[in-house]
Design a protein around this ligand. Structure first.
Ligand code: NI
Length: 196
C-alpha cells in the first residue's frame, strides 16, 4: 500500500523517535508499505517519520545508483544489491574526509543541494528479522544511510546548508509546507488549506 509522504514543516519530521519493539504490530507489513511508497516516488531511502511514524526505522534501496558511470567498480558492486532495512540504528563512528553530494528528500520535493558529510560510517542496527548487525559503509551507501539516519534524529538535509542557502530557500520551503509544490506522488502537507 502506498502511503502519503509527509512534507517539510510537519512536526513529525522533528519529533524524537522511539525504538521499535520486536512485537511492533504488523512490522513486516509496514516495511513492505515503506518500500512500496519509496519505489513509487523513485526514492532510494525512506524513514518512518516521513510517513508520519516517529519510530527508529528506515529502509534503503540504493541499487539505482549502481548505474552511475562515474562510480568505481568497487562502489558499483557495493550499491548493486544494497537493499536493507534499518531498525533501531545507531551510528557508532563517522570517519574520513567530508565530500559534497547533491541530496534531495521525498519530504522536500524539487529542492536539491550539495551537502557535506564524512565518507565512512560505522553503524549498528537490527535487520527485518531483528538480527543485530554492525557494519561499515563508504561513499554513496554511507551517504544514503547518513541522510536517512538524520530523519530518525529529526534532522533534514536543509538544516546542514549555509545560512545564506537557508535564507534563499526559505520561501520555497514555506510553499512546500502549504502544499504549493508539484510532486508526482501522494503527499500530506501540514499547512495545506482544506479542500485542496
Ligand atoms: Ni529525506
Amino acid at each position: 500500500m502506498i502511503l502519503p509522504i509527509v512534507a517539510y514543516g510537519d512536526p513529525v519530521l522533528r519529533k524524537k523517535t522511539v525504538e521499535v519493539e520486536k512485537d511492533y504490530p504488523n512490522l513486516d507489513g509496514l516495511i513492505e508499505n515503506m518500500f512500496e511508497t519509496m519505489y513509487n516516488a523513485y526514492g532510494v531511502g525512506l524513514a518512518a517519520p516521513q510517513i508520519g511514524l516517529p519510530i527508529r526505522l528506515f529502509v534503503i534501496d540504493a541499487s539505482p545508483f549502481a548505474d552511475d558511470e562515474e562510480l568505481s567498480e568497487d562502489e558499483r558492486r557495493q550499491l548493486q544489491d544494497f537493499k536493507k532495512v534499518f531498525i533501531n540504528a545507531k551510528i557508532l563512528e563517522e570517519n574520513g574526509k567530508e565530500w559534497a553530494f547533491n541530496e534531495g528528500c521525498l519530504s522536500i520535493p524539487n529542492i536539491r543541494e550539495d551537502v557535506l558529510r564524512q565518507d565512512t560510517v560505522k553503524i549498528e542496527y537490527f535487520d527485518e528479522n531483528f538480527n543485530k548487525k554492525v557494519e561499515e559503509f563508504t561513499g554513496r551507501a554511507a551517504r544514503v544511510i547518513q541522510h536517512e539516519y538524520d530523519h530518525i534524529e529529526g534532522v533534514l538535509f536543509t538544516d546542514k546548508l549555509s545560512g545564506l542557502k537557508k535564507r534563499l530557500l526559505k520561501g520555497k520551503l514555506s510553499n512546500i509546507s502549504k502544499g504549493k509544490v508539484k510532486a508526482d506522488y501522494k503527499m500530506r502537507f501540514p499547512e495545506a488549506k482544506k479542500g485542496r
